[in-house]
Design a protein around this ligand. Structure first.
Ligand code: HEC
Length: 259
C-alpha cells in the first residue's frame, strides 16, 4: 500500500465542478432534514400520545401493550380515602366500552366519573395544586383520556418493514458511501473522517438489523434510535466537511505536498 491515498483532492478539482458537487451535497443534506421531519410527523401518533417520543419508535417496531394507568392507580387503592362506592363506579366505568361517552354523562348524576374525579382527585391533581399530584392534572377530558384507555398497539407488520427496508437500506448505504468518499478526498484529518465513516456504517447496519430484532426484544429500540442518529449525524457531518473543504482557502493541496 502506498503511503498516501491516490484519491484526488476535492480542492484540486476545477471550481465549476466544485459548484456542482457542493449543490448536490446541499440537496442531499436538505433531503435528509426533510426526511427527518417527515419521519417525526409520520411516527408521532404511533403511541397514541401527543408528541414524538421513544414510545412512538417502540410502538412501531415492538408494539406497546399497557394497561390503563388510571385503572391501575384506582385498583391499587389510590387514593386511600376514596369511598368504596366511588372506587367501584370508576372501575366499572373504566372497564366499560363507554369510557368517552360516560365520562361526564349527566344521567349518572353524582356517580358520573367527572363528578367523582372533581370531588375526590382535584385537590391534588389540578395544575395549580400545592399537593404532590399536580404533575398529573386530571381537570379536563384531554388530561384523563390518555390515562383512561389501555393501549394495545401492534408493531408494524413484517411485510411493511421489509418494504421500507428494501428502499431505505440500499439508498442510505449509497449515501454514506458517497459522502464517505467525498470525506476521504478532503484535507480534514483522516482520523476524523474515519471515525465519522465508522459511526455511520456501524450505525446504519445496527439500525437496519434492529428493525427486525426489536420485534422480540424492546431493548433494540434504543439501537434503532442510536444507530439512526449516528448514521444521520455522520452523513450531515461528512457532507458539511466536504463543502467547507472545497471552498476553504489555504491548506495543503495535493500538488503542494510534494508527495
Ligand atoms: C392526596 C392527594 C391525592 C389525591 C386526593 C389523589 N391523588 Fe392521584 N396521585 C397523587 C400523587 C402524589 C401521585 C404521584 C404523582 C407523581 O408521581 O408525580 C398520584 C398519582 C396518580 C396517578 C398516576 C399513577 C401512575 O402510576 O403513574 C393517577 C392515575 C392518579 N394519581 C389518579 C388519581 C385519581 C383518579 C384520584 C381521585 C379518585 C386521585 N389520584 C386522587 C396524589 C393524589
Amino acid at each position: 500500500m502506498s503511503e498516501r491515498s491516490t484519491l484526488p483532492r476535492l480542492k484540486d478539482l476545477c471550481p465549476i465542478f466544485r459548484v456542482g458537487v457542493s449543490c448536490l451535497v446541499l440537496t442531499l443534506l436538505g433531503g435528509y432534514v426533510v426526511s427527518g421531519i417527515h419521519l417525526r410527523n409520520h411516527a408521532q401518533g404511533r403511541d397514541e400520545r401527543p408528541g414524538f417520543t421513544l414510545d412512538d419508535v417502540r410502538a412501531a417496531y415492538h408494539g406497546i401493550s399497557a394497561p390503563s394507568t388510571l385503572r391501575r392507580a384506582i385498583k391499587e387503592d389510590h387514593p386511600q380515602d376514596l369511598a368504596r362506592t366511588d372506587r367501584e363506579a370508576l372501575l366499572a366505568w373504566l372497564d366499560s366500552d363507554r369510557i368517552s361517552e360516560d365520562y361526564d354523562n349527566l344521567d349518572l348524576g353524582d356517580e358520573a366519573p367527572a363528578e367523582i374525579i372533581a370531588a375526590s382527585c382535584l385537590d391534588c391533581h389540578s395544575r395549580g395544586s400545592e399537593n404532590a399530584g399536580a404533575s398529573i392534572p386530571l381537570e379536563y377530558w384531554d388530561d384523563i383520556r390518555p390515562l383512561a384507555f389501555s393501549r394495545d398497539i401492534q408493531p408494524t407488520p413484517n411485510e411493511i418493514i421489509a418494504l421500507s427496508q428494501h428502499t431505505h437500506a440500499p439508498a442510505m448505504a449509497m449515501v454514506l458511501l458517497i459522502v464517505g468518499g467525498l470525506g476521504a478526498m478532503t484535507r480534514w484529518p483522516r482520523a476524523l473522517v474515519g471515525v465519522l465513516m465508522a459511526a455511520g456504517g456501524v450505525g446504519l447496519l445496527a439500525d437496519m438489523g434492529a428493525w427486525w430484532l426489536a420485534k422480540d426484544n424492546a431493548v433494540w429500540v434504543y439501537v434503532i434510535v442510536g444507530g439512526g442518529i449516528a448514521q444521520g449525524a455522520s452523513v450531515m457531518a461528512m457532507g458539511l466537511l466536504a463543502i467547507v473543504d472545497m471552498w476553504a482557502p489555504g491548506g495543503r493541496s495535493r500538488a503542494d505536498e510534494g508527495g
